[in-house]
Design a protein around this ligand. Structure first.
Ligand SMILES: NC(=O)c1ccc[n+]([C@@H]2O[C@H](COP(=O)([O-])OP(=O)(O)OC[C@H]3O[C@@H](n4cnc5c(N)ncnc54)[C@H](O)[C@@H]3O)[C@@H](O)[C@H]2O)c1
Length: 694
């Protein structure tokens, strides 16, 4: 086995090379190796300086997150940093790839930093519910000032090395060989007899800082960071750097770090991190299965979804033909796309050239013959089985052999759609979320006959389109919308039992949802669900409880935001409570013979969220979802579930499945059959286990 830190001496300079593939994570061996290397370099009279560099493709890319949540092993990272600061000889960090988190903190502690222009540096801890816990929040502001440090630490986004050099966090950009450049830099430092420069002693940028920097920053993240702990502690820690001496600042930073480390949010965010990676793995696919290359695409239907889906392909540099049977819809659709891009350019989030490039990749057509050579076609026409079947029949005729025929249906049976072609192996669901150019989730839905190659292709496509792809099985509503059903049902029942739409929305938004159920329904359009409910009315048992409030709103032409009124009335985009809605709700309670009562936020959260958990358990039990993490990812990226709760299934585990089950059993007694506990939930809860059976 190779040592995690290799030690060599070249022309009197010690070279410590981190060899901990794949990303040189700061595991215990690396921490110990750096200290040992520095000890050796300090003790060797023939050595005049040291360089720390990453072997392979990167400098230290961060902490070893496998160690999170476990008792850490000595030496700790602060011990490593203390050793660097105690060096009697210059230490130069040589950065390439991604110097992130603890890796960047190591670099910040060295006397000087050089980097390749292609490198990136950053402190992404906040994304895992943490803050940089080894001096990052104290050293970075000393180098680049508190405002820029806040931008990096609170967003967690890395910046290119060149930018870091402009800001003063990196001393030199090396062109050519990094090690040679770092050695040359070290030789220069020695030759010039520069005094050892420690960031801890650089106090200019953290002295006399206007406190408004921090109050303004807090205000600016108020909405985005609502409910999170990490971002707020990041700001607190940077503020400390401007108020306390270095060593006291480090202690305070550690205190905040451990507070975050001990918080359930950290566990949830790390779960989300791993679940996202795990979702890409599909057990049961042959090992040698290859995704088909997607170099060209077609999208059917230039409506709400089709336009957004086409933008995804264009953004990824893939030529896409947008087909609609209606010339008017096509022109409108292309117009909306152009307007969306123009808005991004105006906002500064997209360059004009990028917009021009994307627009050039999108062409409109009304003829099916024009799209035959596309590698994939995504159908996004009206949600009616008859229309879908007709369209897939046509696609079967015009598409080249081997093309993927995908449907964006939200609810319809993939197998029935596939059966209208002679190539069901190439048919699959690719369920995008609205707005399709923004929402990160891609819920792929396998049909009974979808081939492994087809599945692998749409999973890989998720990555190409910068989405998070989850694989679901074929059933009514798949993973996401199937679970949403019970959530919306209970929200509506709660209206009849005593709540107002605004009370329910507020309770769930306080829980952390991006939008409560009624504001969300108003945004999505109430007519969609109304049409579906009417279509299924004959299937509903007469004695089954049913809330008519939404139907009655639709009968009044209140379809939500688009008609200016739904569960709320709209003043611009602002949802305002409406007495008309209140009257409809009160009448519904009377008609059902329900005595309205005070309902707590806790009950609202349980009544709306536990159906997600219970249905999720059934979905897991039936194999519709491969693992509970996939359900969580679906809700995090498709439904605005708060990341700091890890997704509905993880959240339930954190509460304790036994406690969740007990509450569900209580609701079952009061509210009847909708609350029948899922078999898997009972099994896991009674065995005292989590979803995975462990
Ligand atoms: N709107 C959403 O939030 C959402 C989210 C996920 C999935 N979906 C699904 O996406 C699909 C499209 O939904 P939408 O909201 O974009 O609908 P939409 O009504 O906005 O657009 C549908 C478009 O398809 C065109 N069209 C109809 N028949 C066609 C045909 N035979 N050939 C070509 N074009 C045809 C129509 O002219 C129209 O422009 C549906 O299956 C829907 O369930 C919608």
């Amino acid at each position: 086995m190779t040592e995690p830190v290799a030690y060599a001496v070249k022309d009197g300079i010690a070279i410590l090379t981190i060899e901990n593939p794949p990303v040189n994570a700061l595991s215990q061996g690396v921490r110990a190796g750096i200290i040992a290397g520095l000890d050796k370099a300090d003790a060797d009279a023939g050595v005049s300086a040291a360089v720390i560099i990453g072997g392979g493709r990167t400098f230290i890319a961060g902490a070893d997150i496998k160690e999170f949540g476990k008792t850490p092993l000595q030496p700790y990272l602060p011990d490593v940093l203390k050793r660097i600061e105690a060096m009697t000889k210059p230490v130069v960090a040589a950065l390439h790839g991604t110097a992130l988190g603890g890796g960047f903190e190591v670099a910040l502690t060295c006397h000087w930093r050089v980097a390749l222009e292609s490198g990136q540096v950053g402190l992404p801890e906040v994304k895992l519910g943490l803050l940089p816990g080894s001096g990052g929040t104290q050293r970075l502001p000393r180098l680049i000032g508190p405002k820029l440090a806040l931008d990096m630490i609170v967003s967690g986004n890395p910046i290119p090395a060149k930018k870091a050099a402009e800001l003063g966090a990196i001393d030199e950009i090396v062109t050519g060989d990094l090690l040679e450049g770092a050695l040359a830099y070290a030789r220069r430092v020695v030759a010039e007899q520069r005094p050892l420069r420690l960031v801890r002693d650089m106090n200019d940028k953290v002295s006399n800082v206007d406190p408004a920097v921090f109050s303004d920053y807090r205000k600016s993240i108020e909405r985005k960071a609502r409910g999170f702990l990490g971002p707020w502690r990041c700001i607190d820690a940077v503020e400390v750097a401007t108020k306390l001496p270095m060593d006291e600042g480090l202690l305070k930073e550690r205190e905040y770090f451990f507070e975050c480390m001990g918080s359930p949010q950290r566990a949830a965010q790390i779960h989300a991190f791993f679940a996202e990676r795990e979702a890409a793995k599909i057990p049961g696919l042959p090992e040698d299965v290859q995704a088909k290359p997607i170099k060209s695409a077609a999208v059917l239907g230039a409506g709400t979804m089709g336009g957004g889906i086409a933008m995804n392909f264009a953004n990824a540099g893939i030529a896409v033909k947008l087909l609609d049977v209606s010339q008017e819809a096509l022109s409108r659709g292309l117009g909306v796309i152009e307007k969306n891009y123009a808005t991004s350019v105006a906002r500064g989030s997209m360059k004009q050239e990028a917009m021009d490039r994307a627009m050039k990749l999108i062409t409109g057509t009304q003829r099916f013959e024009d799209i035959g050579d596309a590698d994939i076609v995504v159908e996004a026409v009206f949600e009616e089985m008859g229309v879908k079947k007709e369209v897939f029949g046509k696609l079967d005729k015009v598409m080249k052999q081997g093309a993927i025929l995908a449907t964006n249906t939200s609810t319809l049976d993939i197998d029935e759609i596939a059966a209208s072609t002679k190539r069901p192996q190439d048919v699959i669901g690719t369920h995008f979320f609205s707005p399709a150019n923004v929402m990160k989730l891609l819920e792929n839905v396998r049909g009974a006959k979808s081939s492994p190659e087809t599945i692998a292709t749409v999973m890989a496509m998720g990555k190409t389109l910068k989405k998070v792809a989850v694989l679901a099985g074929n059933c009514d509503g798949f993973i996401g919308n199937r679970m949403l059903h019970g959530y919306l049902r209970e929200a509506n029942f709660l209206l009849e039992e005593g709540c107002s739409p605004e009370q329910i929305d507020r309770a769930l938004e306080d829980f952390g949802l991006a939008m409560g159920p009624f504001r969300m329904s108003d945004l999505a359009g109430l007519d969609v669900g109304w049409r579906i409910r009417k279509g299924k009315a004959h299937l509903r048992p007469k004695d089954e409880r049913y809330s008519k409030v939404a139907d009655q709103l639709c009968e009044l032409g209140r379809f939500g935001q688009k008609t200016g009124a739904g569960f709320y009335k709209y003043e611009g985009r602002d949802a305002v409570p409406d007495p008309v809605v209140k009257d409809i709700i009160l009448a519904a309670s009377r008609e059902q013979g329900i005595e309205r009562r005070e309902i707590s936020d806790e009950e609202i959260v349980q009544r709306c969220m536990y159906p997600l958990v219970n249905e999720g358990a059934k979905i897991l039990e039936e194999g519709i979802a491969i693992r509970s993490g996939d359900i969580d990812i679906t809700y995090l990226f498709g439904y605005g579930f708060p990341v700091y709760r890890g997704g509905p299934m993880f959240w339930a585990e954190q509460i304790g499945l036994d406690k969740v089950l007990a509450t569900i059993r209580g609701f079952h007694k009061i509210h009847g059959k909708f609350w029948e506990p899922a078999k898997l939930l009972v099994e896991r809860a009674e065995a005292g286990k989590g979803w995975s059976g462990r």
